[in-house]
Design a protein around this ligand. Structure first.
Ligand code: C5P
Length: 219
């Protein structure tokens, strides 16, 4: 039985990919399964937190005891998060938000010959950076996907987005990351500490992240 050490914490979690529609049947997306964010939501629920999960399209069932808000695009995800940001005391932003969206979404399915016209892209807003700008006393956790040289880039994101903790996922490693039940991550704390965790289930990674959320929340 989990200790109820997050009793009363109002936690907002995002998870999964976003879909950026070119036309009614085509979209840009990524292979995020949503598992890491769902694991955070479930672990926090078990530890007594009140949890709202804003989820992009995933094949995972809604976790019991968690309010689930389903969205598709980055703009919808932004709306859903901003709407609940006032309520939240902590945010764990595990969603893999698409960096770009089509400049326009066509109402009808486009003939193949017109395909190149479809791929004019515009950048999506950086949701987490925006949350960081209005942070107040909240605890903010982000994720970063990097290849071997990514420690410095992750540290830079932690600062730029005004986070308390960033969870660094290694890309290109066997058996971890996108879609897998296990993960191997490094936690970078706002005070400069770097904690390398061994490979473990996403649920255990979630609990380690929440230990730090609790630490910052109580401080
Ligand atoms: O894409 P990047 O590596 O900057 O992502 C780092 C963090 O920022 C992640 O937690 C991700 O969910 C968040 N992010 C966001 N909005 C974006 C891109 C990333 O909130 N448009």
């Amino acid at each position: 039985l989990a200790p109820k050490d997050l009793l009363g914490l109002r936690l907002l979690v995002s998870a999964g990919p976003t879909r950026e529609y070119l036309d009614p049947v085509r979209f840009l997306s990524n292979p995020s399964s949503g598992r890491m964010g769902y694991a955070v939501a479930e672990a926090a629920r078990d530890r007594g937190a009140e949890v709202v999960l804003v989820s992009g399209p995933t094949s995972l069932p809604d976790p019991w005891g968690v309010e689930v808000v389903r969205v598709e695009s980055a703009l919808e995800m932004r709306e859903a998060l901003l709407e609940r940001y006032g309520w939240a005391e902590a945010v764990v932003m595990a969603a893999a938000v698409a960096d770009y969206r089509p400049a326009e979404t066509l109402k009808d399915k486009e003939p193949k010959a017109e395909a190149e016209k479809l791929l004019r892209l515009v950048p999506n807003p950086d949701i987490l950076k925006e949350l960081g700008e209005g942070k107040g006393g909240r605890v903010l956790v982000g994720f970063a996907m990097e290849t071997a040289e990514g420690l410095e880039r992750a540290r830079e994101k932690l600062r730029r987005k005004n986070l308390d903790l960033i969870v660094l996922n290694w890309v290109n490693r066997e058996g971890v990351g996108f879609g897998s039940p296990e993960n191997e991550v490094v936690l970078l704390l706002r005070d400069g500490r770097v904690l390398e965790l061994p490979r473990m289930t996403k649920r255990r990674v979630a609990d380690r992240i929440l230990d730090w959320v609790r630490e910052f929340w109580k401080a």
